[in-house]
Design a protein around this ligand. Structure first.
Ligand code: ZN
Length: 310
């Protein structure tokens, strides 16, 4: 069993409209946009990152907004719900805030003894806020949500799978422990993690596979401290028979990717070097940053990328 993985690093999804996406995550949810760059593999679209003040791994939701993309159809083989942690006693505040801002799909639920508030994102993707216990992570406090209520980072993500068995085994190999089961949902958690410690596996044998589109999670990334730990994880996965990509430089972290048995794309990303690598931490996310391989596209991109506001 591996011990290098420390919980979630980021979750990356697809959106239709960059401006609407930015307004939702910075305005409605009060997160900080910590990076405005482009998709390194398709540089004519943005890659927008939203998180806490510095974009701490475990807090970072990222989006590729494709203006011409169709709507995703939910199903198995994908991440279903992405869950944020908020302080105990704050769900009432969020219920009011989200309702006032016209957010749809609001529903109070209780899962594994934790109170949560489900809601839809701008492309009908499913999110929830859960009242995390003793979550000491420091929130971004300048996003319009008071510090007593602000989002601390991710709590968990739910994988929706036709057959969860092999993916549960994989997660255990990656260092997760099987902690509980309720109906068709299994709860796994990592010890000594970064706070974004829980993965749920929801098994839905009769459900068709998802069609990816706007509102779909593209991949989910797990955090390791540094490149040495990442190479240890890569070797262990390959020794187990997984096909893993070479290490790819994403400017703000290094990444490896592999497809899991249930169909979800996993990434393992480093905590280093971080989002302040190429801009002052006081101004994170404000300017359009381009990786050096796409720097020559700047005049074209500045003219053609949609303006998204602050
Ligand atoms: Zn990623």
């Amino acid at each position: 069993m591996l011990d290098q993985i420390k919980g979630l690093h980021h979750v990356t999804s697809m959106a239709k409209d960059a401006r609407q996406n930015n307004a939702f995550f910075t305005g409605t949810l009060g997160l900080r946009r910590v990076k405005k760059t482009v998709n390194f593999d398709a540089p004519d679209v943005y890659h927008l990152y939203y998180g806490d003040e510095t974009g701490t791994p475990g807090s970072v939701m990222t989006y590729f907004p494709f203006p011409n993309i169709g709507k995703g159809r939910p199903g198995v083989g994908e991440v279903g719900t992405t869950v944020y942690s908020v302080p105990e006693g704050s769900l009432g505040y969020w219920q009011t805030r989200l309702a006032e801002q016209g957010v749809t799909g609001l529903k109070s639920e209780e899962t594994f003894g934790e109170k949560r508030l489900r809601f839809d994102g701008p492309d009908s993707e499913v999110f929830a806020l859960v009242e995390g216990k003793d979550d000491a992570r420091i929130p971004w406090s300048k996003g319009g949500v008071p510090g007593d209520e602000a989002i601390r980072g991710f709590h968990s993500a739910t994988l929706r799978l036709k057959d969860g068995g092999a993916t549960a085994e994989l997660l255990k190999f990656m260092g997760y422990e099987d902690v509980d089961t309720s109906g068709n949902i299994k709860r796994l958690a990592i010890k000594n993690g970064n706070g974004a410690d829980v993965i749920y596996i929801e098994t839905l044998p009769g459900t068709p596979f998802a069609d990816l589109g706007a509102g779909s999670v593209h991949h989910i990334a797990f955090a390791v401290e540094n490149r040495a730990k990442q190479l240890e994880v890569r070797k262990a996965l390959m020794d187990t028979g997984y096909q893993v990509t070479p290490v790819i430089d994403r400017d703000y972290f290094w990444s490896i990717y592999f497809r899991t048995p249930g169909g979800v794309l996993f990434e393992v990303a480093t905590n280093e070097p971080g989002f302040d690598r190429d801009e002052d931490s006081a101004h994170l996310g404000e300017a359009l940053k381009l990786p050096k391989q796409h720097a020559h596209l700047r005049p074209y991109l500045e003219k053609n990328l949609q303006s998204i506001g602050n």
